[in-house]
Ligand binder design. Structure first.
Ligand code: GUN
Ligand code: ZN
Length: 429
């Protein structure tokens, strides 16, 4: 049995911070340590305590003065959109039709999918993201490539073959039946293999016929343990078109509810322009509103209403939404989330932001027992972060005295350069 002890300043969350000074919501050790055995964290605490519990021959890796945290989790990202990022468009629908639906057609090719699966996980890991929930393309083979590569690297990844059977180029559409059959095949092949989790993935109401949403609802009933992911209320023109396509729905949220898709497993990307009724329905179902700040700013979609969502009791998450999003970095994403709340006159303390990117996102995926914290028993997916990674950050660090100030600097100025080490199931990558 190989064991490893990581020494550093450890930070792990226990619950959603309710205020800036909610010190009970996290555990921070100035001289902390994590004992890693068989890919899991087997002990956590002060260096002295963990060292005392460790085998005599434990290998010590000293990460001081860097912060050790659970690896970041990105719960809404598009695997086939690495070459869509930074595409110049006026709005969501123009961006989808002009660039995205063109680029995703290339994932019909197995070699292309395999190449991009490697590039995709390289990029996530470089940014300290150890788990993502990704949309693959409509092609079953893109999901095969995604999960093959995730398994090869022993990464805990969620993914789904996109279901879309209308309002897209023919080369990028399935049918209600083939979307169902291919999703079934992806579940059978990959869910529960290595560290893989399959998600049922109807892209959004505009690109699915009622028959396809019906099929997605059937999948959700047949596999109640699986996550479901889609997009909701991102853009005003999208909402208007959706209501034309589904005239019987009370509102956009109701479209998904009518097909049995609004459940505690549902990840709703964007969820920006929602009525009180929709927020209540989402809260009651236990579905999750996923904030995608860099994407929402880039596409001019709107400002996520975190305060109102919390008041309605809606569960939340935060994600990059590459390629609508403009950065793979969860630090850059936290910074933009903060700024959006500034524009809404809502304070978003750094500890709440870091909770969201780690334990909070793990809770959104229902995986908080495996990832998102440094608690004993968790998989050892860990990141070492440096708040003095660049000359400008180093200068600012000279005047920083508290953990909160350091976290705030890290989110405001940090990016992949702040990621000093990444561990996946205890192995350094
Ligand atoms: N709505 C439907 N598909 C997409 C997508 O790929 N990206 C974003 N941002 N919104 C979408
Ligand atoms: Zn998206």
């Amino acid at each position: 049995m190989t064991s490893k002890l990581l020494r550093g300043r450890t930070l792990s969350f226990k619950s959603r911070p309710q205020a800036r000074d909610d010190h009970a919501s996290y555990v921070y050790e100035e001289d902390g340590a994590l004992l890693i055995e068989n890919g899991r964290i087997s002990a956590a605490g002060t260096y002295a305590d963990v060292m005392f519990k460790s085998p005599m021959d434990v290998k010590v890796v000293d990460h001081r003065p860097h912060l050790l945290m659970a690896g970041f989790i990105d719960p809404h990202i598009h695997f086939p959109q690495m070459q869509v990022t930074a595409s110049y468009a006026a709005n969501l629908l123009e961006w989808l039709n002009t660039y995205t639906f063109v680029e995703e057609q290339r994932f019909a090719d197995a070699a292309h999918s395999a190449r991009f699966a490697k590039l995709f996980f390289d990029e996530l890991l470089r940014h300290g993201t150890t788990t993502a929930a990704a949309y693959c393309s409509v092609h079953k083979g893109s999901a095969d490539a995604y999960f093959t590569e995730a398994a090869r690297r022993n990464l805990l990844m969620v993914g789904g073959k996109v279901m879309m059977d209308r309002n897209a180029p023919e080369a990028l559409t399935d049918t209600a039946q083939s979307g169902y059959d291919d999703t079934k095949a992806v579940i059978a092949a990959w869910h529960g293999t290595a560290r893989n989790y399959v998600a049922i993935t109807p892209r959004f109401a505009i690109t699915s016929t009622p028959a396809q949403l019906e099929a997605a609802g059937t999948l959700a009933r047949e596999h109640p343990d699986l996550l479901i992911q889609t997009h909701l209320s991102e853009n005003n023109a999208e909402i208007a078109y959706t209501l034309e396509l589904y005239p019987d729905a009370r509102d956009y949220t109701d479209v998904y509810a009518q097909y049995g898709l609004l459940t505690g497993k549902m990840l709703l990307g964007h969820a920006i322009h929602l009525s009180d009724r929709e927020m209540d329905a989402i809260a009651e179902a236990g579905s999750i509103a996923v904030h995608c700040p860099t994407s929402n700013l880039f596409l001019g979609s709107g400002l996520f209403d975190l305060k109102r969502l919390k008041e309605h009791g809606v569960r939340t998450a935060i994600a990059t939404d590459i390629g609508g999003g403009s950065s793979y970095s969860m630090l850059r994403t936290l910074d933009e989330a903060y700024k959006i709340q500034q524009l809404r006159s809502h304070r978003l303390p750094p500890i709440e932001n870091y909770w969201q990117a780690t334990r909070g996102n793990a809770e959104a995926l229902g995986l908080e027992d495996r990832i998102g914290t440094l608690e004993p028993g968790s998989d050892a997916d860990i990141v070492a972060l440096d708040a003095a990674a660049t000359p400008a950050m180093r200068i600012r660090m000279e005047t920083i005295g508290t953990l909160e100030e350091e976290l705030f600097l890290l989110q405001t100025m940090g990016d992949d350069r702040s990621v000093r080490a990444v561990y996946v199931a205890g192995e350094t990558v």
